[in-house]
Design a protein around this ligand. Structure first.
Ligand code: PGA
Length: 253
């Protein structure tokens, strides 16, 4: 059985005070939810990681980073290594979030290097994939997701795959209020699991957690989670409100 996983990506939001307040409110609000039943992670901006790690300590809530660089150290101004993230208490890291791909311009190959480096540095990468609206309309969703997965997982054997979570986030559903229907999410998730079974084997495919992301809210979380291959949710906007995020966590159990 795959344990449900709910992660809140705060993106470029909060400040030193509100990040800690939000983290503490999530801890308090979700205190009654057994941690054995659901993995919960919050993913604040880099500069608030340490404060948020302190705020959630002993709660069983994990902390993740929104990005990472693949080089362990050196002359790479502005970049943050897996070792640095581990050092400040991060467990997870997003790799290839659609905003990094489509706003910042990260390539599939760069995302793949980040995933490998994250695992090498002892982090658990959440590899994000998903198609643009024009790609979906052109019937190219599976092709795009396949390309992103091939490059994102390049060089990982079955054993290393145990560290990986995959998030399917159709770009047209992110921050738009236009959630994929549970059926649309399930269709792509089942496709991804099939691809992993081909690329690795059935047990790797059965064990890996596949999250859906894109306009997830308290109101639609339970319907999405009801789908067989939706193992969790990657939440953006709705993770900035503790009550709403806690509702989503409760819907995932
Ligand atoms: P959203 O963002 O929930 O605000 O659509 C999801 C994400 O980008 O991870």
């Amino acid at each position: 059985m795959r344990k449900p996983f709910v992660a809140g990506n705060w993106k470029e939001n909060t400040d030193s005070r509100s990040s800690v307040e939000l983290a503490k409110a999530v801890v308090a609000g979700s205190a009654g939810v057994a941690r054995e039943k659901v993995t919960v992670a919050v993913i604040p901006p880099f500069v608030y990681l340490q404060a948020v790690v302190r705020a959630v300590s002993a709660s069983g809530i994990a902390v993740g980073a929104q990005d990472v660089y693949f080089e362990p150290k050196g002359a790479f101004t502005g970049e943050i290594s897996p070792g640095m993230l581990k050092d400040v208490g991060c467990t997870y890291v997003l790799c290839g979030h659609s905003e990094r791909r489509h706003v910042i311009g990260e390539t599939d190959a760069l995302v793949g290097k980040k995933v490998t480096a994250a695992i090498g540095g002892g982090l658990l990468p959440i590899l994000c994939v998903g198609e643009l609206l024009e790609e979906r309309d052109a019937g190219r969703t599976e092709q795009v997701v396949t390309r992103q997965l091939e490059a994102g997982l390049a060089g990982l054997n079955g054993e290393k795959m145990q560290a990986v979570t995959i998030a399917y986030e159709p770009v047209w559903a992110i921050g738009t209020g236009r959630t994929a229907t549970p059926q649309q999410a399930q269709e792509v998730h089942a496709f991804i699991r099939g691809l992993l079974a081909e690329k690795y084997d059935k047990s790797v495919a059965e064990e890996i957690r596949l999250l859906y992301g894109g306009s997830v809210k308290g109101d639609n979380a339970a319907d999405l989670m009801r789908e067989e291959d939706v193992d969790g949710l990657l939440v953006g906007g709705a993770s900035l409100k503790a009550d709403e995020f806690v509702r989503i966590i409760q819907a995932a159990v």
